[in-house]
Design a protein around this ligand. Structure first.
Ligand code: NAP
Length: 493
């Protein structure tokens, strides 16, 4: 692999995109009140891409002032007009897909093909919620006593705090902004500090599409703990939607309890990938490559544990290792790259320590198993077999291109192993017997299942987890309900 610099300082300026580097509050870009800023780095080289303003608590509260000031007018905008603004935002994202994809790769590291897919996926949330904005319905029924009518309508929940991770800097933002706009909410978005540039490019694009000033505010910051404490103590903030680790989600839920804030949590995963004895092996290996390596393995939906029936385990593992060996690891902007660098050295060190720990407990490496020497946070695509059941690599999110394979003998055992985790985001099942596949899908403790399918994410479907993978759903019709309150009016006429 090569580690030549394809991005680096100044690269952002070469894009035909407006990428503000200040805080976006009330429709304009400005510096932090105390002048703080932080560096955004290119994970392929370690070079600085830009300095971005770092919001203070005062700035965060100014963003709530802006969102709160814009709330009544945005809620009153006609659904059709909201829909047309969202539709325009979708179109602008598609027009600028290539430059947005390059920006994502520059700050996140992922291969350009992954970034292009992310932009297309992210834009779909604006299209889907442009279609949902005009379909927010209520109900009218007669009370069982016959004495009155029960009228139920939906109103925006209020100012929403949106906090997003670095692994899908565009899609995790649009998956929240789209339904929040459709519901009539105004918002303050705090993007991850590794990847703030994509969120800033998106807010500029949204205002170009017609979103009024103050409706979407973006506050990058290196002080996320202090900001969230202040924001969740402010009674004007009525909603938090967080995507990130379960650990941080727990902290935010505690803070939300004090002001009884409506909370949606999209948290970590530990996805099992079950290959049953009847599975079509070609399809299972192809699916495993996608479920494991989409986004270089840095996805909450990434297959984390492979449970394979003994009769096919050796063949499956060998084919998976062969497919991984053929991948090109390199800078995300290089056209030949399949796997870019991990987002930073800390993430890579965690992946390396999980692999080393598993090997120390007896796992065998079929391919990979090492960090790539030299500049950039690269890690080799890796397949491990004979992984000890109690290994940390089976308990924790790997968040890297590593596939641990565990052999099972009967389906009940596979289900028990798959469910032996605090997480419950997504599971994958490969089986040529549809009835068996559906039975297993029902028994798996996760909010989503891919049955003979490695991609579950779809703006038209409810995405989310059970157990400690989260609360609430994003996408589908459920996604907009998360930003609405039901109001019941008892009417006599
Ligand atoms: P993270 O460390 O939890 O950070 C996520 C966001 O929370 C970032 O914006 C971060 O800001 C902020 N944050 C950190 N500490 C905070 C605090 N005390 N108060 C308020 N905000 C705080 O997660 P990550 O490493 O960015 O993302 C990876 C995780 O996200 C994985 O666990 C993955 O499974 C999960 N994820 C889940 C989904 C899903 O839909 N379920 C989707 C994607 C990712 P800073 O960057 O400034 O620290």
């Amino acid at each position: 692999m090569t580690t030549s610099s394809l991005a680096g300082a100044g690269a952002v300026d070469s894009l035909a995109l407006s990428v503000p580097t200040g805080l976006w509050i009330g429709g304009r870009s400005r510096s932090a009140s105390d002048g703080s800023a932080f560096a955004v780095l290119d994970p392929a080289t370690g070079e600085e891409l830009a300095q971005v303003s770092s919001a203070s608590v005062d700035d965060a509260l100014a963003a709530v002032d802006a969102a709160s000031g814009a709330a009544a007018a945005w809620a009153a905008v006609a659904p059709r007009q909201k829909a047309e603004i969202l539709r325009r935002a979708f179109e602008l994202m598609i027009e600028r897909q290539e430059d947005l994809a390059r920006l994502i790769t520059m700050e996140n590291g992922k291969a350009l093909a992954d970034s292009r897919s992310e932009v297309a996926y992210a834009a779909e949330f604006f299209r889907w919620y442009s279609e949902e904005a005009v379909r927010i319905q209520g109900t009218l029924e007669t009370a069982p006593s016959g004495a009155n009518r029960i009228l139920v309508l939906h109103q925006p929940v209020g100012v929403a705090l949106l906090i997003t991770p670095w692994n899908f800097p565009a899609a995790m933002a649009t998956r929240k902004i789209g339904p929040a706009l459709a519901a009539g909410c105004t918002m303050v978005l705090k993007p991850a500090s590794e990847t703030p540039l994509t969120a800033l490019a998106l807010v500029a694009l949204l205002e170009e599409a017609g979103v009024p000033a103050g409706v979407v505010n973006v506050i990058p910051s290196k002080r996320s703990g202090a900001l969230s404490r202040a924001l969740l103590a402010d009674e004007r903030v009525r909603k938090i939607s967080f995507t990130g680790s379960t650990e941080v989600g727990r902290v935010l839920l505690e803070l939300s309890a004090k002001t009884v804030v409506n909370a949606s949590m999209e948290l970590g995963g530990n996805a099992p990938f079950l290959v049953l004895a009847s599975a079509d092996l070609d399809a299972a290996v192809a699916g495993a490559m996608v479920a494991k390596l989409r986004n270089g393995g840095e996805a909450c939906t990434a297959a984390n544990r492979f449970f394979v029936h003994r009769s096919i385990a050796e063949e499956f593992s060998k084919r998976l290792a062969d497919a991984m060996r053929a991948l090109v690891v390199g800078p995300g902007l290089d056209a030949h790259t399949n796997i870019g660098p991990l987002v930073n050295d800390e993430t890579r060190a965690k992946v390396a320590s999980l692999v080393d720990g598993a090997v120390g407990e007896g796992a065998r490496v079929l391919v990979g198993g090492h960090a790539v020497a030299g500049a950039g946070s690269f890690y080799e695509p890796t397949v491990l077999i004979d992984v000890a059941p109690g290994s940390a690599i089976l308990q924790e999110e790997i968040f890297g291109p590593v596939a641990p394979v565990v052999v099972f003998d009967d389906v009940a055992e596979a289900i028990r192993l798959a469910n032996a985790t605090e997480y419950g985001l997504v599971s994958y099942v490969y089986s040529a017997d549809l009835a068996e596949g559906l039975r297993v899908s029902e028994a798996l403790e996760s909010g989503m299942v891919g049955l003979n399918r490695a991609v579950v994410s779809d703006p038209a479907a409810p995405f989310g987890g059970v157990k400690q993978s989260g609360l609430g759903r994003e996408g589908g019709h459920e996604g907009v309900l998360d930003y609405l309150e039901s109001k019941y009016i008892a009417v006599s006429w």
